[in-house]
Design a protein around this ligand. Sequence first.
Ligand SMILES: CC/C=C\C/C=C\C/C=C\CCC/C=C/C(=O)SCCNC(=O)CCNC(=O)[C@H](O)C(C)(C)COP(=O)(O)OP(=O)(O)OC[C@H]1O[C@@H](n2cnc3c(N)ncnc32)[C@H](O)[C@@H]1OP(=O)(O)O
Length: 280
Amino acid sequence: MLHSNLLRLVARGGPKRWMSTTTKLTSVEVNDKTGIATLTLNRPPVNSQNVQLLVDLQSSIGEIESNKSRGLILTSACSNVFSAGLDILEMYNTDEERLRTIWTELQNAWIALYGSSLPTAAAINGHAPAGGCLLATACEYRVMLPKRLIGLNETQLGIIAPKWLMSGFLNVLPQRVAERALTQGRLFTTEEALAEGLVDEIANTKEEALEKCAAFIGSFTKVNPLARSLTKLQFRAENIKEFEKIRKKDVEDFVALASRPEVQKGMGIYLENLKKKSKK
Ligand SMILES: CC/C=C\C/C=C\C/C=C\CCC/C=C/C(=O)SCCNC(=O)CCNC(=O)[C@H](O)C(C)(C)COP(=O)(O)OP(=O)(O)OC[C@H]1O[C@@H](n2cnc3c(N)ncnc32)[C@H](O)[C@@H]1OP(=O)(O)O
């Protein structure tokens, strides 16, 4: 027993505090009829993105790509939240090595989704601030439930979203709208997001959102898959190239920023306020 546990730890590259649980935080379900895979984020209450969720997300994307699914729909098992973005608790009061791992896995998860050759869609069945918006805008199509919020609110938190993190956002919004939204740290309501083009459709239920995403993926049935994916990747190649150039430095920039005492203090205050709000 001890021996097999040890072997498992060695296989994972040694014990890691923030990867202590072995239960997967994502699940994949492939529809037999359509061949479309639904990838569900399942870290209640708000799918905040800790290292394990980000690693599991990458592994699920890999699984979907290798099982020859026709497309990928990203959604959430939480009733009112798609994803609350990075897990602030994991970034708070921690060491540099852990911050490095968090950011590296965020980068890895983003590039796995943004650079996927499969058709991708997000069924946004709840709020999607910051890192939640990042995942949604890495997909090619977005369907969102009414009266939820989506956007990159980093400046409201006193932090800066690096260029690669804005890529998906900039792909779907006109430069002028994106610049204003990012500098304001604006969260769009679903209805505003639809009007600006940040989401493509509104659905009244999660099931309806999944159906609309499946219909989007189904629209490629008669298109040659290789021609489709190469065309998609041509559109994304410039952003991917820029990202690859700076990805190592970007990790170090994040570690330096997130470990600054005033940033750590800000995180603490933000967490306290979140907790106060949730107790009301
Ligand atoms: C503040 C960060 C500061 C510094 C980071 C430093 C450097 C970073 C540099 C660049 C980074 C840019 C890239 C991306 C960044 C991010 O993603 S940061 C995270 C930003 N996320 C948010 O601002 C969202 C915060 N959450 C909410 O607004 C709301 O929770 C919600 C609208 C998503 C959902 O609302 P409700 O359904 O009402 O749920 P509650 O608010 O009651 O929350 C339930 C429970 O969950 C805890 N929680 C919520 N969000 C997070 C989170 N992101 N991380 C950790 N924990 C979170 C909340 O405190 C409640 O906990 P309990 O009180 O029940 O224990």
